[in-house]
Design a protein around this ligand. Sequence first.
Ligand code: 5AD
Ligand code: SF4
Length: 427
Amino acid sequence: MKFYIETYGCQMNVADSELVITILSTAGHTLVSDINEAELIMFNTCSVRAHAEDRVLGRISNERHRKKANPSLMIGVLGCMAQRIGKRLIDDHLGIDFAIGVDQYDQLPQILSSGIYKEHIKLDFDSEQVYPDLMPSHQSKTCGFVTIMRGCNNFCTYCIVPHVRGRERSRPWHDVYADVLQAGKQGLKDITLLGQNVNSYNNAEIDFSDLLRKINEIDEIERIRFITSHPKDLSYKLIDTMAECSKICEHIHLPLQSGNDRVLNEMNRGYTSAHYMSLITRLISMIPNIAITTDLIAGFPSETDDEFRDTLSLMQDIQFDYSFCFKYSPREGTTAASFPHQIAEEIRLARLQEMIDPQREITLSKFRSNIGKEVEVYVEDISKKDANMVSGKTRDYKIAVLPGNSSDIGTLKTAIVREATAGTLIC
Ligand code: 5AD
Ligand code: SF4
């Protein structure tokens, strides 16, 4: 069967799609990149905010018409939305043939060969599932994602993830190591280790710092990244490891969510703004040129205007290289969705805009501060805007363009930054 897969949401989903590609290819099916050729269309979905779900529902209804011309075409939904509302999606007659949850991708070949798809809504959690011995089919030739753990135990009150991805479990370190080594042998030099909370990785006495040190020894790999770190679990041991291991890139994504301690407590985040600041101070003292990015939520239930201003003022104090700013989105089944004092949509939107505007200024000045400096760029592609330029990322996770051609793809180049926008360093 020719299958096509469209992926939404975070890098965990990208990595899961690469796992599904391995599972189906091994079973004799063929990945196609053109949806028109597909006999099976799959959507790997995200539930983190209502907007993410609405986009996927829109996409599914756009592709349904294909079933009229081709009645044997199958449409499947994978991932967090399948897990959350898979049964509802099928009952709603959206033309979906099957829904399969995040712990059961290894059953896809049987579901496809059984022919009775609707009786195969596979949504049970399997708290042991780590997909052992399954190497992801990396779709990039330069940068690879390797999952080191699945699920989450933190239950931040706004978040649907623990409800749709189940409890936290770490993959055996030797499986992770083998995946990274294989990616390196395939020529991928930039590897991102993935988990909802990588700082709590633990397998057979190997913690996350130990794992990083092992991966740092792999000759084929030049750059190591990881997402996502949780401020309550980020240890000084890890910061020391980042400073000492030459391949670990000078970037950390450390979601703050709010700059106000009462709101952080309501969110069940497990740290204060002072603790977060102490981590930032330590990170900068140990790794002076580190880029720090974050996630922020505007309009969490009961957040007052003054409390929101605490977030704005911490943003100014810290000067994040980039912030992913979100308007709070109530998710059915999470604790915060039933909190009293939900904030009106227009206030959430206004607060969101009040975050985005100053962050854009900060990001621009961070990018501009690189002008005149030398950066190392791992070339990933020809620039979309100029065929005589190539693009890639710096070690601190900024997109850069520089003169070059297709023979530079997959190589590390150093160049001097001449100009900068809020999204690109121009060398
Ligand atoms: N509403 C808004 N943003 C959310 N996030 C997670 N859940 C919600 C929600 N219900 C954001 C958090 C998290 C990022 C991945 O998505 O900032 O870090
Ligand atoms: Fe969601 Fe919190 Fe887990 Fe992150 S740590 S996935 S925000 S519950």
